[in-house]
Design a binder for this molecule. Sequence first.
Ligand SMILES: [Mn+2]
Length: 356
Amino acid sequence: MEITFRWYGDDDPVPLQYIRQIPSVTGVVSALYDVPVGEQWPREKLAALQSKVESAGLRLSVIESIPVHEDIKLGRPGRDELIDNYCASVRNMGSLGIGILCYNFMPVFDWTRTQLARLNDDGSTSLAYDHGELAGIDPAEESLELPGWAAGYGRKEQSAHIAAFRGMDEEALWRNLEYFLKRVVPVAEGAGVRMGIHPDDPPWPIFGLPRIIKDERDLDRLVAAVDSPSNGITFCTGSLGPNAEFGIEGALEKYCAAGRVPFVHCRNIRRTGERAFIETAHPTEQGDVDMFAVMKTLVRAGFSGALRPDHGRMIWGETGRPGYGLYDRALGAMYLAGLREALQKELNPAARKRER
Ligand SMILES: [Mn+2]
């Protein structure tokens, strides 16, 4: 398994050179941030990103994400052309040897939190979510700002999207996802790209919009939709973890055994109520996700994909992109690397020779 680190391109306050200095991190997770949603990602732009990463001594291991245009999720008439563009982008990444693609199928909003800097006892700050606080918020209101809102659309367009999705039930959204997968997955397979859908975050509907990748039943349906190793899951422990009913280890073991986990996000959270949680530091004792069990499951499964620390807290006075500061994520990477070494030496001494 390769330990990776997300990088938001030249605008990221964390330079590639700093990522290179984190022990055990060899791969970068990034994207093109200047291509309008729905357009093809040009091969030469991807190649330029890749060579920038490589000249810093790292590998561009994962694309996260090529955004899926809302018209695809809505099943609108223009979707076939948009899907063709998506396929072209996937082919381009595959032709450069970039083999993992993380994407999501959440209507309008990506990850959503109600607090970006909740103060912890130790003076650090965390992202936090409380479903009750969303109740009085109308996301169609033009003046409102919430973290995780989809970029790339104007606010007016966003309000129109919200209205369109409110008329859609989960089954209709599923049909649109299946339509998308039946066309894109064979292309990905041919291009040597493994796609991993990111679970809905948080794992329940928000703002009355349908959300369909929330639990094990949904993940079962996803992997069954197209029978291909390229139709997989980005197993995000922090997105699935807020649902106390979700059995992380069992599900991870099952989908790894099926060869459907190309990419893992390791994040810990502490559940603070019904549909409420705080993001914590990575170690097991800090939250409700047993990170040791997660890593043990991966090592036992011979997981050969990419893994990254997910959101971190803000510590040591750092300011920056919410959830994506350097320090706490670097600590997370080191912790995960420590677990990996210990588990590999205990469980799988032959395999560690192949690992970096
Ligand atoms: Mn995640």
